[in-house]
Design a protein around this ligand. Structure first.
Ligand SMILES: [Mg+2]
Ligand SMILES: [Zn+2]
Length: 192
């Protein structure tokens, strides 16, 4: 294993649709599957970690989220990409659906989902870890697991970058999309 790449889903791999509940609306961000295939062929483990507070907020039901999940996995599988892990956080502290209303340890920027995957994959401490996402919550989560962090301009990326700057929070690098993020990772990225 050359490294682990944690990937946000909405706004990073597929277009941000705002509480995506219909698999028919799933659209790949150009170059995402091709990029992930390359990473996988080069020996990187790929894991998707996604906040899906739409469940806690009552924006969609579990069966709808599952349908989107399978459409997502299948879309990438058909293009030669197998994920080593996919985790969702359904929670939100102010949710309206009682069973999902909680301050959990998995909602990004909390590191729960990433830590679970690192444990499951048996990733050695010396392994390089990357996080690619369109929100500062992805980046802050990445910093908690000692990852190298890439904010992409797709999805909410541009806005998140500006708001992050205002708070003094920065990713290691800001790049246009998953395509450039992949090139950056494959080229070795920044020396630590
Ligand atoms: Mg996102
Ligand atoms: Zn959670």
């Amino acid at each position: 294993m050359k490294g682990v790449v944690f990937l946000d889903r909405d706004g990073t791999l597929i277009e941000e649709e705002g509480y995506l509940s219909d698999p028919a609306r799933l659209r790949e961000i150009p170059g995402a599957a091709e990029s992930l295939k390359k990473l996988s062929e080069e020996g990187y483990a790929l894991a998707v970690i996604s906040n899906q507070a739409g469940l806690a907020r009552g924006k969609f039901r579990e069966d709808q989220m599952e349908a989107v999940h399978w459409a997502f996995v299948e879309h990438f599988r058909r293009r030669g990409v197998e994920f080593d892990g996919v985790e969702y956080c359904p929670h939100h502290p102010e949710g309206v659906v009682e069973r999902y209303r909680m301050a959990c340890g998995c909602r990004k920027p909390a590191p729960g989902m990433a830590e679970k995957i690192l444990r499951r994959l048996g990733v050695p401490a010396s392994c390089r870890i990357w996080v690619v996402g369109d929100k500062m919550s992805d980046i802050l989560m990445g910093k908690r697991v000692q990852a190298e962090t890439i904010l992409v301009a797709t999805g909410y990326g541009e806005t998140e970058r500006r708001e992050g700057e205002r708070r003094g929070e920065r990713p290691d690098i800001f790049l246009p999309s998953i395509r450039e993020a992949t090139e950056w990772i494959l080229s070795g990225g920044k020396a630590r």
